[in-house]
Write a protein that binds this ligand. Structure first.
Ligand code: ZN
Length: 94
């Protein structure tokens, strides 16, 4: 996945797939039979771009601090709005 398209956060949930298809896990690149136990990953909650991944790959990536959930990502964000409004106030005062 190109770095520029790296999602900031992921919605992750258990897959309930009954279709006999197979997918490629984006985390390890190996094939993933849809009927096996696995997880769905939605980049920034976008359900049209969902990816199927091995449960153990998702758990491993989470242990390494990758695949943050939305609330985990938000906790890492500086309070951008207040910084911008300070900057605007400084501009206006000139
Ligand atoms: Zn995998």
């Amino acid at each position: 996945m190109p770095a520029t398209e790296k999602p900031l956060w992921w919605e992750i949930r258990r897959a309930h797939n009954r279709k006999p298809a197979s997918y490629r896990c984006p985390l390890c690149g190996e094939l993933l039979p849809a009927l096996s136990e696995h997880m769905l990953m939605f980049p920034e909650g976008d359900h049209s771009r969902r990816r199927h991944a091995h449960t153990e790959c998702v758990l491993e990536a989470r242990r390494r601090g990758r695949l943050p959930t939305r609330s985990e990502w938000q906790r890492t964000q500086p309070p951008r709005r207040s910084a911008a409004s300070r900057w605007l106030r400084r501009l206006a005062g000139r």
